[in-house]
Design a protein around this ligand. Structure first.
Ligand code: ADP
Ligand code: MG
Length: 580
């Protein structure tokens, strides 16, 4: 059995119970075949009276009941396992954050969590119970045959292993084929979502038609992979059926001859003929179900690989949280230290940050400057806990960020990303995203502080206006100000992280955003990725990053505008140009 799944089932008591009932029902139903054959042979050979047929009817009814029970409980097992797995998967995704999942396309993850895991149904309701039956019933039949007729028992004993052997041979081929099928399916899902998301851009650049061709190709690959899987599955059933039929003939022909010769009594002959097929049946059933379940197993493997993407983190406990979570970090303005931190993204050779050491004192306002690609956003992602350091540590008041409860830590952060994402709900709900309980008054106050109130009031429904898909009906500057208002709407935060809030803004919006930022950073520790002089001027300290290293860390005298203007002006020309 899939060992990760087994571990998951062990941890879920109700699922374990359902699985046990499923197994018990399946095995019991299998063993009842022995009773049925016994009585039937007795009646046919005249040893029992016809009244014994009532027993046969009873056994058949009982088997039907057991089959029903097995179906119901197998269904519950499957639902329990899938929902537990989905729950963990979603928790894990939330924890890993958008950046660390960069290796996966979100469409692929959607396919995995939805359709992919549904494939487990076949595995849990079909294949697993059939394993239990195959482990018990052939053995029981064999023992009964041994008692009844040694010669037939030996023939069955010799031919029985042929089925699993052929099954395994075919299975090895199927595994590769189904894995290819599953990969094709996820690629299709991933590509499709990407295209749908990027449709406006694709249309703008006249590439929408081309994408239709690509999707057709990917779908075609999936179709041919599916056909290949089906071909192999049918072929392998044929092989197994043939194998079982020939084995049965080997048992039946000598029985017939011996019966004619008079060396075998009718009752034994009938019993052997009735029982022998039952020895092969469970193994054949297992072989058939094996193929149907492979897709689910591939999906489970993929799900566990996402769950296990903890890498260098402490092992997650059942919630998927770091095991050492030591509760909420202390409140107040923290002291943040980076100790020789190196960050490597998966699939990248050069580190995005290498050996960065930096201490940010409580209340300090730090401007991060540097060319595009130098690692500024990575540094913010590090503080947000979206990317883990590959080497070194991030300390918050002396405690390693990895041991802190990330959710509680992020509750203390006001983060305004480089490109704020607005959701298709009202402006007010967008502003209170980080604090859904905020009253309309608080939303207004936050908007005013972020200089967003004037344009919001001009919208058709004011704060109730629905923002278009991805903020389509607002300008970049307006979106940025709504994102800032979001930060203002969470007054309890003590650390401000801004990623180039004024990039791509016109002069008027920029002035508003700068003023709002100055307001927001008051009484908070702030790390602001900045390009323009106005923004850099707000900082107490300017840290320059170049190719993943801190190359300059200047603490300008508090009020010396001339000197500062000159230096920062220089920063702007290089970084500003590089960014565009
Ligand atoms: P900046 O914000 O200064 O422009 P970033 O921190 O975004 O720079 O990027 C630093 C380097 O890391 C770049 O070379 C960039 O290509 C790379 N990088 C950033 N994010 C990822 C990611 N999710 N996966 C792989 N590489 C990344
Ligand atoms: Mg950036």
């Amino acid at each position: 059995m899939h060992k990760d799944l087994l571990r998951l089932i062990r941890g879920e008591q109700p699922v374990l119970r359902h699985l046990t009932v499923t197994f018990a029902a399946a095995m019991l139903a299998g063993l009842l075949v022995l009773v049925q054959a016994e009585v039937l042979a007795g009646v046919l050979s005249g040893r029992f009276t016809a009244a014994a047929l009532a027993v046969v009817a009873g056994v058949v009814a009982l088997r039907a009941l057991l089959a029903w029970t097995q179906g119901v409980f197998a269904g519950r097992t499957a639902t329990g396992v899938k929902s537990a797995l989905r729950h963990r998967l979603l928790t894990r995704l939330r924890e890993l954050g958008p950046v660390r999942l960069a290796g996966h396309r979100s469409g692929e993850l959607v396919t995995l969590a939805g359709r992919g895991l549904d494939g487990l149904d076949n595995y849990l309701t079909g294949y697993l119970p059939s394993i239990a039956v195959a482990a018990v019933v052939p053995l029981a039949v064999l023992i009964r045959l041994l008692v009844a007729d040694l010669a037939s028992a030996i023939i069955v004993l010799v031919t029985l292993p042929l089925i699993p052997i052929f099954g395994a041979l075919v299975g090895m081929t199927t595994k590769a084929v189904t894995e290819r099928q599953y990969r094709a399916l996820t690629r299709l899902g991933g590509h499709f979502l990407d295209v749908v998301r990027g449709l406006p851009t694709l249309r703008a650049f006249g590439r929408a038609r081309y994408q239709a061709t690509v999707i057709r190709q990917v779908a075609d690959a999936h179709r041919s992979a599916t056909m290949r899987t089906l071909r192999v599955a049918f072929l392998s059933s044929l092989v197994l059926e043939l194998c079982a039929s020939l084995s049965l003939a080997l048992v039946a022909v000598p029985i017939g001859l011996r019966l004619l010769g008079g060396t075998l009594d009718l009752h034994t002959a009938l019993l052997v003929l009735l029982l022998a097929p039952e020895a092969y049946l469970p193994l054949r059933a297992m072989g058939t179900r094996f193929h149907a379940s492979m897709e689910g197993v591939a999906a489970a493997d993929a799900a566990f690989s996402v769950l296990d993407r903890s890498g260098d983190e402490p092992a997650p406990d059942t919630d998927g949280r770091p095991a050492a979570a030591s509760g909420a970090p202390a409140s107040g303005q923290p002291r943040i230290e980076l100790e020789n931190v190196t960050v490597r993204y998966p699939g990248r050779e050069d580190p995005a940050l290498s050996g960065v050491s930096l201490t940010i004192e409580p209340g300090e306002r730090v401007a991060l400057v540097g060319e595009s690609g130098s690692g500024k956003s990575t540094l913010l992602n590090l503080l947000l806990g979206f990317v883990p350091p590959s080497e070194g540590r991030v300390l918050v008041d002396g405690a390693d960020l990895r041991t802190l409860d990330l959710e509680a830590w992020r509750a203390r952060l006001a983060f305004v990303p480089q490109r704020a994402h607005l959701f298709t709900t009202s402006v007010a709900d967008n502003i209170r995203l980080g604090r859904p309980s905020a009253s309309m008054d608080e939303v207004r106050r936050a908007a005013r502080a972020a200089y967003a109130d004037e344009f919001v009031d001009d919208l058709p429904d004011g704060y109730g206006t629905r923002v278009g898909e991805r903020g389509a009906n607002l300008s970049a500057g307006q979106r940025q100000r709504i994102a800032l208002a979001r930060a203002f709407c969470r007054p309890a935060t003590s650390v401000l992280l801004l990623d180039e809030p004024t990039a791509r803004l016109d002069g008027r919006s920029e002035a508003a955003v700068v003023a709002a930022t100055a307001e927001l950073s008051r009484g908070r520790t702030a790390v602001v990725v900045a390009h323009r002089p106005a923004m850099i001027e707000l900082a107490d300290r300017v840290v320059r990053v170049h190719e993943g290293r801190v190359v300059a860390d200047t603490t300008p005298p508090p009020r010396d505008p001339d000197r500062r203007e000159e230096r920062t002006g220089d920063e702007i020309t290089t970084s500003g140009r590089a960014e565009r």
